[in-house]
Design a protein around this ligand. Structure first.
Ligand SMILES: Nc1ncnc2c1ncn2[C@@H]1O[C@H](COP(=O)(O)OP(=O)(O)OP(=O)(O)O)[C@@H](O)[C@H]1O
Length: 246
């Protein structure tokens, strides 16, 4: 029982941006999707969310096909976007209620969990505030709280660290670790490997729409002929050179 992306080719209006992507994430596993700007990370996520239709290939979660049973698939998925999605007229409390309704949660249980998460992110005294006036980091915390409230099997996270203060990053990493222990499958795009590697040990490198290698950071270093002491900036430099020479 697992997330499976098989031979996925897709993009925008017929032009393939990602090509023959194959990825598997098992329960309790987290995978980091890394690559240069424009490599196709967000495009892969848009396919997972059902916002783009594959030109080829298929996506399934616990055997449920995104193409054949989209609403069943989406109920098993929670998404933390890079840019928070905030409704200007709704309070923090109403944002969380929306999530509870969307996932048919037991309200008493859900509020107990919500209060715990809000306390972690120091938002517990702001339930009646309008998040549209929050800072970027605070809005990001609303997205994280909502996503971890959902009983989702698959958590898709797009570049989560920008805007979070170091304490919030540490809290967020704890939540990812807990999610793994609970058997969630986690896919996260990021450029901030120093933070990511505290919770994620396996990475897929996406380069010009193709997965070049999947493995631990050490395995990826070896794949690109880097030394164990080389920083990961070196990997990005190599990918950039490859792109410039293509
Ligand atoms: N709406 C769109 N219509 C057409 N092409 C697009 C669209 N969005 C992205 N692209 C193109 O698809 C390619 C991959 O973009 P994508 O946003 O998936 O990259 P990314 O790896 O997420 O980059 P970043 O690290 O900057 O977020 C780029 O060449 C981009 O120009």
């Amino acid at each position: 029982m697992t997330l499976k992306i098989e031979h996925l080719t897709g993009g925008y209006s017929g032009t393939p941006v990602i090509k023959d992507i194959n990825l598997t994430i098992k329960p309790g596993e987290a995978l980091g999707l890394i690559g240069l700007n424009g490599a196709g990370k967000s495009t892969t996520i848009k396919h997972l969310l059902g916002l783009l239709r594959p030109q080829q290939g298929k996506i399934s979660l616990d055997g449920i096909s995104l193409a054949n049973e989209p609403s069943k698939f989406k109920k098993k998925l929670a998404y933390i976007p890079e840019t928070p999605v905030i409704y200007p007229e709704l309070t923090l409390k109403e944002h969380l209620e929306l999530t509870m309704l969307a996932y048919d949660l037991d309200l008493d249980e859900a509020w107990e969990k919500a209060h715990r998460l809000l306390k972690t992110f120091r938002l517990d005294d702001k339930l009646d505030w309008l998040p549209v006036h929050f800072s970027k980091g605070m809005q990001q915390k609303v997205m994280i709280t909502a996503a971890f409230l959902a009983p989702a099997k698959l958590l898709v996270i797009d570049e989560p660290f920008t805007g979070l203060d170091p304490l919030a990053v540490a809290n967020f990493i704890d939540l990812i670790r807990q999610g793994k222990q609970e058997g969630k499958e986690i896919l996260m795009t990021t450029h901030v490997l120093a933070d990511a590697q505290q919770a994620i040990s396996n990475y897929a490198v996406l380069n010009r729409g193709t997965i070049e290698v999947v493995g631990t950071l050490d395995e990826i270093r070896r794949h690109y002929g880097l030394k164990a002491t080389d920083s990961f900036d070196r990997l990005y430099q190599l990918l950039y050179q490859e792109q410039s020479n293509a």
